[in-house]
Design a protein around this ligand. Structure first.
Ligand code: ADP
Ligand code: MG
Length: 441
């Protein structure tokens, strides 16, 4: 198909209509409705959510849709148009009793969907780390549903198709259960926790709640400044179009390499650094509004403690690099949030902070791959104000802050660089900060 190839803008209304029709053909009855929830990008705050840092996600316009109809026999059934196990013409129906959903019990993609029902009951019971029990989330024993899922979010591209899937299912189940199509922020917060529990415990994937928060709590044109100490969300303008700029994503399509265990080893190293510093989590080592000087001071303090013989778990060099990434990343998040809170943001400074964030992910967090580094370099060469990896790295996407008139030139530059390196052709998307999940039909 040649390079550059652009992922088309999703026509959500048309997809919802078609999904309703397919649902009716598959299940022999019409759905009660169709709910959609978006994926996300993240401007800063990688690998610091578990340390209580601030993340800056925004929901983008690519959504996953879930058509749903209620059942009264405690059974949950689901089909996905992106079910990788089967051809599109012959989807495999997945089925479980809601009461039987448990960690380790459900394989493959269905864990993301079924896990949400389990997570809702867990949050309702107050068993989750969610701060308050939300009893009305409890699904009655007879509660069940038929679901059909269709995603416009590229899957496995670091743009949070997994959260989009969970969150669209959560909105569907919550609405079937309560009749509420537009839950308030307290309920969205509880549903985000249920989705996070689904991914952590039923799928068994580590995720800090950033993706689910963005998918369920975003506002159009804004990003969330998410304080991961308490999941308080502040909404800040993040639409650069008035300055002639746009958010460009490059899905590198790089194969995931070496990713197994890497997330938890980064997390362990951050916890080891916190132990040396004598704080519960790294965010507590910095003042409320940290600066670069504060980050440098904490790093010097760490070095002094280590050279005076403080016990350190793990590889000292790795722990120090992860500490430096965490501290500087926390400062970069605050600096970007400061810019976007101002009436006249300095977008070139935001761009430089993005580049510094990528460099820290490469050098200190050590989670980039050659495709990510090449995409960032090619975007900058072609005039981007900044660019960085989105999400956990080891493949996935880059987000660039680009002059709106130059996106074709940026894409051509990335294509040229990828061809030279012998990488797979990437895909391109322009991302628009978009509202949270909602009922669409
Ligand atoms: P990302 O969230 O960045 O896209 P993840 O690895 O976290 O990447 O999640 C991708 C996984 O989510 C897929 O392997 C699949 O199991 C599941 N998934 C996402 N969207 C769908 C969908 N529409 N249908 C079936 N499974 C999906
Ligand atoms: Mg994901």
């Amino acid at each position: 198909a040649g390079c550059p190839q652009w992922v088309p803008q999703p026509d959500v209304a048309a997809r919802a209509r078609e999904l309703g029709e397919r649902f009716e053909r598959a299940y022999g009855r019409a759905p009660a409705g169709v709910w959609a929830a978006p994926g996300r990008a993240n401007l800063m705050g990688e690998y610091i959510d578990f340390s209580g840092g601030m993340c800056l996600p925004f929901a983008h316009q690519y959504v996953t849709l879930t058509a749903a109809a209620p059942r009264t026999d405690g059974v949950l059934r689901a089909l996905s148009l992106q079910d990788a196990d089967e051809s599109v013409a012959d989807h495999r129906l997945r089925e479980t009793r809601v009461a039987q959903i448990a960690p380790g019990g459900i394989s493959g993609w269905f864990g993301y969907a079924a896990g949400v029902a389990w997570g809702m009951n867990r949050v309702a019971a107050g068993a989750s780390a969610h701060p308050v029990a939300v009893p009305e989330l409890t699904l009655p024993a007879e509660f069940g549903a038929d679901l059909m899922v269709d995603s416009t979010v590229p899957i496995g591209a670091g743009l949070a198709s997994s959260a989009a899937l969970e969150c669209s299912v959560a909105l569907a189940l919550h609405s079937l259960h309560t009749g509420e199509d537009d839950p308030d922020d307290a309920h969205r917060r509880a549903l985000a926790r249920a989705c996070m529990d689904a991914e952590n415990y039923i799928v068994g994937a580590n995720t800090g709640g950033l993706d689910q928060t963005a998918s369920l709590r975003s506002h159009a044109g804004e990003m969330i400044a998410l304080d991961c100490r308490d999941f308080d969300a502040t909404h800040l303008p993040a639409d650069p179009s008035a300055a002639g700029l746009t958010w460009l994503a490059v899905d590198t399509r790089a194969p995931h390499r070496l990713a197994d265990g890497q997330y938890s080893s980064r997390r362990d190293e951050c916890e080891a650094a916190a132990a040396v510093l004598g704080v519960a989590r790294l965010r507590d080592a910095l003042p409320e509004h940290p600066t670069e000087d504060d980050a440098a001071t904490v790093l010097e303090h760490f070095d002094a403690l280590v050279s005076s013989g403080a016990a350190l778990r793990g590889n000292p060099e790795g722990v120090r690099l992860r500490l430096r990434h965490s501290l500087t990343e926390m400062v970069r998040s605050v600096r970007i949030a400061d810019q976007l809170s101002s009436p006249d943001p300095d977008w070139s400074l935001v761009g430089r902070l993005l580049v510094a964030g990528h460099e820290s992910m490469r050098r200190d967090c050590q989670v980039t791959v050659p495709e990510l580094d090449a995409a960032v370099t090619a975007c900058l060469d072609a005039g981007a104000l900044g660019a960085k990896v989105v999400g956990g790295g080891f493949g996935g996407s880059v987000i660039a802050l680009a002059p709106a008139d130059d996106v074709e030139a940026l894409a051509a530059s990335v294509c040229g660089s990828f061809a030279e390196h012998g990488f797979r052709d990437p895909l391109f998307l322009t991302l628009i900060p978009s509202p949270a999940g909602r009922r669409v039909r």
